[in-house]
Design a binder for this molecule. Sequence first.
Ligand code: NAG
Ligand code: NAG
Ligand code: NAG
Length: 150
Amino acid sequence: MKYSTVFAGWALGSWLGVATAMDTNQSPGLPVVASATSPVLQKRDAFSCYGSTNTSLSDCQGIIDTIRADAQQNFTLFANVCAVWDKGTCKVRLCAQPYISRPVNRTATWLATYIASPLLDGCIGKGQEGVLADHPNINSHSGTYRLWVS
Ligand SMILES: *[C@@H]1O[C@H](CO)[C@@H](O)[C@H](O)[C@H]1NC(C)=O
Ligand SMILES: *[C@@H]1O[C@H](CO)[C@@H](O)[C@H](O)[C@H]1NC(C)=O
Ligand SMILES: *[C@@H]1O[C@H](CO)[C@@H](O)[C@H](O)[C@H]1NC(C)=O
């Protein structure tokens, strides 16, 4: 399975919708930062589970297997670009933030590791979508990437 590259605008847009809901503090299903200190995460990384989903763990596992199958592969993303994987009910997006000065580079191993934990075990396995970022303020332009599983 090849990954596809798309612009992040719509993904960011939908997330900013959630951010707006959070600001007004009136909407149910607000995102909650589940943990910023999970042992598997690098220090500056944070993840958040949000919404609710019936995404199947085995579909997501299929994406992980595909990514691991070419472990030497690296993903280089310029500002506002996403790599996208789709399998059944599961969608994974690795998106570069809009104002980065250098491309985001991630290895296949890095991706597979973080999709599995915290995003699958912390969010999808509990019926929620998840996003990982290299900045604690996930709803901001800070940091260099966002990794979404939905
Ligand atoms: C998940 O599945 C249940 C049962 O089929 C359904 O009621 C619910 O609306 C679904 N939730 C989402 C977020 O799709
Ligand atoms: C991907 O990056 C790793 C670590 O930076 C490097 O060792 C490897 O050779 C790269 N793979 C390719 C195909 O460029
Ligand atoms: C990412 O990889 C590209 C192409 O190999 C390189 O030009 C760029 O400097 C790298 N960026 C970082 C942050 O390592």
